[in-house]
Write a protein that binds this ligand. Structure first.
Ligand code: UD1
Length: 416
C-alpha cells in the first residue's frame, strides 16, 4: 500500500490551480442520470470516490466516456435501478442516487452507503424526507427498497441542515409533479452548484444557498455541459499548509467567499491574504498565536472538513486552542497520531484542547480517514525530521496528487 514519506521544514512558494470539488462533483454525477440528453461534466477530478461513483453509474447502464478530464454521460441504456452492494459500501455518495432514481425511474434498491469512518452517519433525514415526497421505503436485511410511483411535491422540514439530505431531496423533487419546499436546508456552496447544474438541464430550483429551497417539478431534463466549482476544502488545506510552514502561494480556481470563515482566522494568525474573484494569495512567516476557539458548524460556519487540518496548525501555535466538533460525533481520530508527533492534545467530549508546542517531530503515523490524513500531512510538512504516513488511500479519496502539488511548492514529500 502507498505511503507518504515527508522530510519536514520546507517553506512553500508558488502557485496552484485547485482541483474541482469532490463534494460538488459527486451529486452532480448522480443528478446527471435524470437527463434525457448527453451530459458533459468538465474537469472531473481524479479522486477515488469519483471513480467509484462512475463505476456505479456504469453498473446501472450509463455509458461513460472520458475525454481528457471531461466525463460524458449517456443515459439511453440505463437498465437497472439496483446499485451494486460492493460499490455502494465504499462511498457515502452512493446514497445520492436514491433521489434521481426515484424521480426518473420510480424505483431504487441499494444497500447502506459507506464513506469515511467519522461516527454514526445515519440516513434518516434522507429517508424521512423522501417519504414526505410520497416515496414508499422499506428497510430490510441491510437493503433499502424504494417505490416512487406516487411521489409528489411537499414541504419537507429538516431537523438538521444535512448536506446530503438536502441534495437528495432537491434531486428527487426535480422530476416529480408539484412544488417542493425544503425548510432548514443546508446552505453549502456545493448545494448551489448542484442547483445550478440541474437548472442548466431545465430544472426549476430557487433559493439554493438559503435555508429555504423551492423546487418546481418539471417533466423532463435536457443534456448540458457543466464545470463544477473548485474544491474549498482542498484550497483550505493548502492555505493552512502555508500558514504553518511560512511562504507565499497563489491559489486559483477557488472562490474566496467559500472560505471566509477560514480566511478570517488565518488573517488573525499573522497571514497576509489577498483575494480576488477566483483566486487567493497568502503570505506567512510560519509563526503565529493559537486561535483560542474554533467551532465547526454547517456553512457558512467553520467547516468540519477543515477541523483536522486546522488542529494540526494549532499544535504549533503559541497558546491554547479549544476546537469543538459540532457536526460529526467521532471526528478526532487524528489526535493520537498528532500526539505521536509531539502535539499536546486532550479530548473532552466534543472538544479537543490543544496546547501549542514549539516543534513537532517526524514519526510513523497512520491516516484513519480523509481529513485526519490531511492533517497528518500538514503536521509532517512542519515537523523536524522524517514522517511516514500509512494508509494514504484515505487521502486519495479527496486530494488529487497531493504530493505532486506540494512538491511543486517546495515541500519534500514522496509517495512510496
Ligand atoms: C457532506 C460532505 C462531507 C462533510 C459534511 C458536512 C459530501 C459527499 N460529503 O457529508 O464532506 O463533512 O457534508 O459538511 O458532500 N445526519 C443525520 N441523518 C441523516 C443525515 C445526516 O443524523 O440522514 C447527521 C450526520 O450524522 C452528521 C450531520 O448530520 O452528524 C451532518 O451530516 P451531512 O450534512 O448529511 O453530511 P454528509 O452529506 O454525509
Amino acid at each position: 500500500m502507498d505511503k507518504f514519506f515527508i522530510n519536514g521544514g520546507k517553506r512553500l512558494e508558488g502557485a496552484l490551480e485547485i482541483s474541482t470539488s469532490k463534494n460538488a462533483t459527486l451529486p452532480i454525477l448522480a443528478a446527471s442520470i435524470m437527463s434525457e440528453g448527453e451530459i458533459i461534466v468538465n474537469k472531473v477530478p481524479n479522486f477515488s470516490d469519483v471513480e467509484i461513483m462512475l463505476k456505479i453509474l456504469s453498473s446501472i447502464g450509463c455509458l461513460i466516456t472520458k475525454q481528457n478530464n471531461d466525463v460524458i454521460i449517456n443515459n439511453d441504456s440505463i437498465n437497472s435501478f439496483e446499485l451494486p452492494a460492493e460499490l455502494t459500501k465504499e462511498v457515502r455518495a452512493s446514497i445520492f442516487l436514491m433521489g434521481p432514481l426515484l424521480a426518473k425511474f420510480k424505483s431504487a434498491k441499494l444497500s447502506y452507503p459507506g464513506g469515511c469512518n467519522i461516527g454514526l452517519r445515519p440516513i434518516d433525514l434522507h429517508l424521512n424526507g423522501l417519504r414526505k415526497l410520497g416515496a414508499k421505503i422499506i428497510e430490510q436485511h441491510g437493503y433499502i427498497y424504494c417505490d416512487g410511483k406516487n411521489m409528489h411535491g411537499a414541504v419537507v422540514n429538516l431537523d438538521f441542515p444535512s448536506v446530503g439530505a438536502t441534495e437528495n431531496l432537491i434531486m428527487a423533487a426535480t422530476l416529480i409533479e408539484g412544488t417542493t419546499q425544503i425548510i432548514n436546508a443546508a446552505r453549502e456552496p456545493e448545494i448551489v452548484d448542484l442547483a445550478n447544474f440541474i437548472n442548466s438541464m431545465g430544472g426549476k430550483i430557487e433559493g439554493a444557498g438559503n435555508s429555504v429551497i423551492t423546487i418546481e417539478g418539471v417533466k423532463k431534463l435536457k443534456g448540458t455541459e457543466y464545470k463544477p466549482i473548485g474544491d474549498r476544502i482542498v484550497a483550505g488545506t493548502y492555505l493552512i499548509a502555508v500558514a504553518m510552514n511560512g511562504g507565499k502561494v497563489q491559489l486559483t480556481n477557488i472562490n474566496p467567499d467559500y472560505l471566509i470563515s477560514l480566511i478570517d482566522k488565518l488573517k488573525n494568525s499573522a497571514c497576509n491574504i489577498d483575494t480576488k474573484f477566483d483566486r487567493i494569495k497568502i503570505e506567512s512567516i510560519g509563526k503565529f498565536k493559537a486561535l483560542g476557539n474554533i467551532d465547526t458548524q454547517p456553512y457558512p460556519g467553520f467547516p468540519t472538513d477543515l477541523q483536522a487540518p486546522i488542529m494540526a496548525m494549532q499544535t504549533i501555535g503559541e497558546g491554547t486552542t479549544v476546537i469543538s466538533e459540532n457536526v460529526f460525533e467521532s471526528r478526532f481520530k487524528q489526535v493520537p497520531e498528532l500526539i505521536r508527533m509531539g502535539a499536546t492534545i486532550t479530548i473532552k467530549e466534543k472538544s479537543a484542547i490543544i496546547v501549542g508546542e514549539k516543534q513537532l517531530y517526524g514519526a510513523e503515523v497512520t491516516a484513519s480517514d480523509l481529513r485526519a490524513g490531511a492533517s497528518l500531512v500538514l503536521a509532517g510538512l512542519v515537523a523536524k525530521g522524517y514522517t511516514t504516513i500509512n494508509d494514504i488511500y484515505h487521502i486519495d479519496r479527496g486530494y488529487e496528487n497531493l504530493e505532486v502539488a506540494l512538491s511543486s511548492l517546495g515541500a519534500d514529500i514522496k509517495r512510496i
